[in-house]
Design a protein around this ligand. Structure first.
Ligand code: AMP
Ligand code: MN
Ligand code: MN
Ligand code: MN
Length: 276
């Protein structure tokens, strides 16, 4: 049974390793089928393909799209996308284009809370110009001693109600699904257990997602507890969605799960790769 890891990041978004390095690490850790899914970006895929060919693993081209749904920000993975597709490319460019102005607003909020220079500070950690993200602010805030670790920093500064949180309009759910489909890919709701959504809201979301043509949900994710592996397997079955798995790897020392470190897919779900 091949080992799948279908969610990861590189220096083209908020990961710490280059696409080349992340693919080589995946191969060393026994991953057979590996997806690079940078936030709102596909520019790392050419380098990832070259590395995957070199080490003999299968590279699934992907991206993780930022979406606004009701008051929430969601992440929708596009897997097996054609990165050259003009519709997807324009859609991703439109999502990326809002990030710099948002970052300046985040910095303004932090300045009001007594933390000056956060825009420039976060920029020092940015490895791909348009892709300034909250992760880069988090790294700056930790390095500057405002918080001890990344988890802390999100809770205290970067989540709704906190000084460095800015409401932002990303893509809509149906846009994200349409762009992914236009590019020949499958659309997967990333880490559903991470959203602050009630059970009723989750059913509404998954219903809308399925009606928009969505394909799957991430069942195995480091954002989920083992109980949530079971819970989201049930959601997948009930809504007729396939199940995906990914480490959401961002680099050494970030997060608690390394590449390929995922349990087996629970029984009774349809793995997303069976729809390929
Ligand atoms: P952004 O797209 O700029 O809103 O940044 C989102 C990114 O921040 C996610 O992809 C994660 O990498 C990171 N992130 C969000 N929430 C947390 C958290 N609670 N702990 C650690 N990283 C987080
Ligand atoms: Mn991230
Ligand atoms: Mn995500
Ligand atoms: Mn991710």
């Amino acid at each position: 049974m091949p080992r799948y890891d279908l969610h990861s990041h590189s220096t083209y978004s908020d990961g710490l390793l280059t696409p080349d390095a992340v693919v080589r690490r995946a191969a060393l850790r026994g991953v057979d089928v590996f997806a690079l899914t940078d936030h709102d970006e596909t520019a790392g895929l050419a380098e990832a393909f070259a590395a995957a060919q070199d080490v003999g693993i299968t590279l699934i081209p992907g991206a993780e799209l930022s979406v606004s749904w009701e008051p929430h920000t969601l992440h929708i993975l596009g897997l097996r996308i054609d990165a050259a597709n003009a519709k997807l490319d324009a859609g991703l460019a439109s999502i990326r284009s809002g990030r710099d102005a948002r970052a300046r607003k985040i910095a303004a909020g932090l300045a009001e809370a007594g933390i000056p220079g956060a825009y420039e500070g976060a920029r020092n950690y940015v490895t791909s110009e348009p892709l300034i993200s909250r992760t880069h602010f988090a790294r700056f805030l930790v390095e500057s001693g405002y918080a001890r670790e990344t988890k802390d920093v999100f809770k205290r500064f970067l989540t709704p109600g906190k000084p460095g949180y800015v409401k932002h309009a990303w893509a809509t759910l149906s846009e994200a699904v349409d762009w992914i489909h236009a590019a020949g890919g499958v659309a997967v709701v990333a880490h559903p257990g991470r959203y602050k959504i009630s059970p009723t809201g989750m059913r509404r979301l998954l219903g809308e997602f399925r009606d928009a043509g969505g394909d799957g949900i991430e069942v195995l994710s480091p954002s989920h507890t083992p109980a949530q592996f079971a819970e989201y397997s049930t959601y997948a079955r009930v809504f007729g969605l396939a199940a995906s798995c990914g480490s959401d790897y961002h680099g050494p020392g970030e997060g608690w799960l390394d590449l390929g470190d995922l349990p087996d897919m629970p029984a009774g779900v349809t793995p997303i790769w069976s729809r390929w």
